[in-house]
Design a protein around this ligand. Structure first.
Ligand SMILES: *Cc1c(COP(=O)(O)O)cnc(C)c1O
Length: 430
């Protein structure tokens, strides 16, 4: 594979942008090597500036569940953009979007559109704090909620000690307000609430952790968080920026039958455009400006072109059997990878829910963050590059989830598995 054009662009980019990229994981730092630059994408494929084609298991980190450049999405954008790119006054597509979200995710009785997942989570915790009059929030090790100050915090030493900043620039006094728990640890959550429950504004959680590979909730764990929040008057916030419209039409909350107080969205909801949203109980959303005192605003929020792309995508995913097809294909891929690794004698396992999956270079089971961290990242990196050379693009990090789109069919999966057999054999020979 030739990468001359990508290489030249990356050399320029390095002098112009931090790390040569506009978002860190794109820089391939954890797998080594240089990123490729996309020229276009179609269906299950990314095509780079050197003309190489890759089967894409990232889908722009989640949004492209219908496949890249889906004709229905492109047509919707094309039609709407001809009437103007932004109005700064209400438009009908915002109403349609709100109707669609509240219908598909019934815990969201009202919604507010924003422009990214980060904005959605920041706004949701402001609402949780404003509505409860409390300052502390609880998050979980390994969960990612965007780059807001309150989320760039890790656990201090000892269960109930205060959080410490994960990044320079995050004030210690703010980090103090973020408490970090271990995902799937029932007892830890119970103890924390017993100690500080009356001060906790909200618990924010990825109901399926997709930012530390792909970790499923233990049986009853999300209900346990629901019960604690209810008991102590804290708000349960499901960050479904990744899982929303991905693991089921109604998101993880539909899959597990849990009703959060607030939910955040991003990724699929914009169909590839910069869109986020937060929604939830009517009495809570009613406290957001201008109907209430909690301030949150956005010049481009509800942008018509972005709404058009999102709505066209949300339309496609409501086709009968859409998620069954995705789940079936993802399972075929996971089973095929596991059996190829077994044949090569490589310790390997996968996790997944519907169209979202995790790959681990270690034995299962994967019950939590500590298990996810057992994956041999040197082996993953070899796997990543071996697959990339064979035209298959997985996430450039051992600790990110992968995604299928509706355009990943038998041909793509078979090509992926045949590449994987070759790569596993190479890894076994090292
Ligand atoms: C991607 C992601 C975010 C951040 O969304 P951005 O649009 O990148 O700001 C927040 N939460 C979760 C669970 C995510 O996966």
């Amino acid at each position: 594979m030739n990468h001359d054009q990508s290489h030249a662009l990356f050399q320029q980019a390095l002098t112009l942008m931090p790390g040569g990229v506009n978002s860190p994981v794109r820089a391939f730092k954890s797998v080594g090597g240089e990123p490729f630059f996309a020229k276009r994408a179609e269906g299950a494929y990314l095509i780079d500036v050197d003309g190489n084609r890759y089967i894409d298991y990232i889908g722009s980190w989640g949004p492209m569940i219908a496949g890249h450049a889906h004709p229905a999405v492109i047509a919707a954008v094309d039609k709407v953009m001809r009437d103007g790119l932004s109005f700064g006054v209400p438009n009908a597509l915002e109403v349609t979007m709100a109707q669609t979200i509240t219908r598909l995710v019934p815990s969201c009785e009202m919604v507010r559109m924003v422009n990214s997942g980060t904005e959605a989570t920041l706004s949701a915790i402001r609402l949780a704090r404003g509505a409860t009059g409390r300052n502390r929030i609880v998050k979980f090790e390994g969960c990612y909620h965007g780059h807001g100050d309150s989320f760039l915090v890790k656990a201090g030493s000892g269960m109930l000690t205060l959080g410490v900043p994960n990044s320079p620039g995050v004030p210690k006094t703010l980090a103090d307000l973020t408490l970090t728990l271990t995902y799937n640890d029932f007892e830890g959550a119970t103890r924390l609430f017993a100690e500080l429950g009356e001060d906790i504004a909200g618990v924010i959680v990825e109901p399926i952790v997709g930012n530390a590979n792909c970790i499923l909730p233990a049986e009853g764990y999300l209900q346990h968080l629901r019960d604690l929040c209810t008991q102590y008057g804290s708000l349960l916030i499901f960050d479904e920026v990744m899982t929303g419209f991905r693991v089921a039409l109604g998101g993880a909350q539909a899959l597990y039958g849990i009703t959060p107080d607030l939910t955040t969205f991003g990724k699929i909801i914009g169909g590839g455009m910069p869109v986020g949203a937060y929604g939830g109980r009517r009495d809570l959303l009613a406290q957001i400006a201008p109907s209430g005192p909690i301030y949150q605003a956005g010049t481009l929020s509800g942008n018509p072109v972005a709404m058009a792309a999102g709505l066209a995508t949300l339309d496609l995913i409501q086709a009968p059997g859409f998620y069954d097809g995705l789940a079936k294909n993802t399972q075929i891929l996971r089973d095929g990878l596991e059996s190829a690794a077994k044949d090569a004698g490589i310790a390997f396992t996968t996790t997944g829910v519907c169209a979202m999956f995790g790959l681990y270079f270690c034995e299962g089971p994967i019950n939590g963050y500590a298990d996810a961290m057992r994956s041999d990242s040197a082996r993953f990196n070899r796997f990543f590059h071996g697959m990339l050379e064979r035209g298959v693009y997985f996430a450039p990090s051992a600790f990110e989830a992968g995604f299928l789109s509706a355009m990943h069919g038998d041909a793509e999966i078979e090509r992926t598995l045949s590449a994987a057999r070759a790569v596993f054999a190479e890894i076994a020979a090292v």
